[in-house]
Design a protein around this ligand. Structure first.
Ligand code: 3HC
Length: 291
């Protein structure tokens, strides 16, 4: 069975064109696949398109991509508001906001829309149980977690997450696709909130917020400490800004709900910043300001 389905994945559906969805669409299109991105409104679809175009421009500017290839890549991505446009895809990847109710609704709609019985249904969630999302469909054994890292075109890792009922062939095919077609590196994780990376990363990011909140050190010094002292590419507060403070909060809340560990509980400062719309890089201001 392994590899059979991979051959059949010539088009991929991506639900959600935010930071992660746009990045996933880009890497799939750069691998030569036809991609259909579903957004809620025409305006959101337009923003998603601009996101992909901006990232492709950056790749060209950095010498990672020829200008002609960037244009061809964008040409392989179609933006829509209709789930029905995803009918024939071999793989659909959900990348909407980290909100369980929204994701459950998306999985029910994908289940109704996808015509191929062999289609893979994947979620890019970082913290919501794959099992719950799978049970929103009539084919839970076809559902798998394929978790990318931001920025998706740059970071090589994907976490492959299986639920209690995911068919082993589905995992093998999903992994063969992610490695063989997208060129990413896979680590496998059980279906626990946070999986491998966020289980380690989120307590670290929240500790940095608590350190700032307590007046222990400035945001600039906390970040500089980890960049210059531990050779991280960016400090924890700048990284939280990159991920999006709403997303960090949502992941922390899911992890806290699952484990009831205080170290996963989002600190008040983080929650107040989200209430204020200070979401990090995407809103222009978080722990740092962005032009
Ligand atoms: N396409 C392809 N390549 C690109 C690109 C693009 N759109 N944009 C940048 N690159 C390449 C550059 O060419 C460069 O490659 P090189 O080193 O071979 O020359 C490399 O990416 C770095 O790019 P830049 O020089 O432009 O930028 P920086 O050196 O400032 O790095 C960064 C920016 C990649 C964001 C880096 O700071 C970084 O890796 N930060 C950490 C990010 C991180 O930890 N992400 C994980 C978040 S957790 C997550 O996503 C999970 C979720 O569930 C929360």
């Amino acid at each position: 069975m392994q590899g059979v389905m991979v051959v059949d994945i010539v088009s991929v559906g991506v639900v959600g064109g935010g930071l992660m969805g746009a990045g996933i669409a880009e890497v799939c299109a750069r691998a030569g696949l036809d991609v259909i991105v579903r957004e809620v409104t025409d305006a959101a679809a337009q923003v998603a398109r601009q996101r992909v175009a901006g990232s492709l421009d950056r790749a060209v500017g950095r010498g990672k991509l020829a200008a002609g290839d960037a244009e061809a890549t964008l040409g392989r991505i179609r933006f829509t508001t209709a789930f029905e446009d995803l009918t024939d895809v071999g793989l659909a990847i959900e990348a909407v906001a980290e909100d369980e109710a929204v994701k459950l609704e998306v999985f029910a709609q994908l289940d109704a829309a996808l015509a191929r019985p062999d289609a893979l249904l994947a979620s890019n969630t970082s913290s919501i149980p794959i099992m719950k999302l799978a049970m929103a469909t009539g084919r839970p054994e076809q559902v798998v977690g394929i978790h990318f890292f931001n920025p998706v075109p740059v970071l090589p890792l994907v976490e492959m997450v299986t639920s209690l009922v995911t068919r082993p062939e589905v995992v093998a095919d999903a992994e063969a696709f992610v490695v063989g077609v997208l060129g990413k590196t896979v680590i496998r994780s059980s279906d626990r909130a946070g999986f491998v990376v966020n289980a380690l990363l989120v307590p670290y990011l929240l500790s940095a917020v608590r350190m700032l909140e307590s007046g222990f050190a400035t945001a600039a010094d906390i970040d500089q400490g980890m960049v210059l002292g531990c050779a991280h590419p960016m400090g924890p507060l700048r990284l939280a800004d990159l991920i999006g403070l709403d997303t960090v909060t949502a992941i922390a809340q899911s992890m806290y709900q699952e484990f009831r560990e205080p170290l996963y509980s989002p600190p008040p400062l983080l929650m107040r910043m989200v209430s204020a719309g200070l979401l990090g890089r995407k809103s222009g201001r978080g722990f740092h300001a962005y032009a």
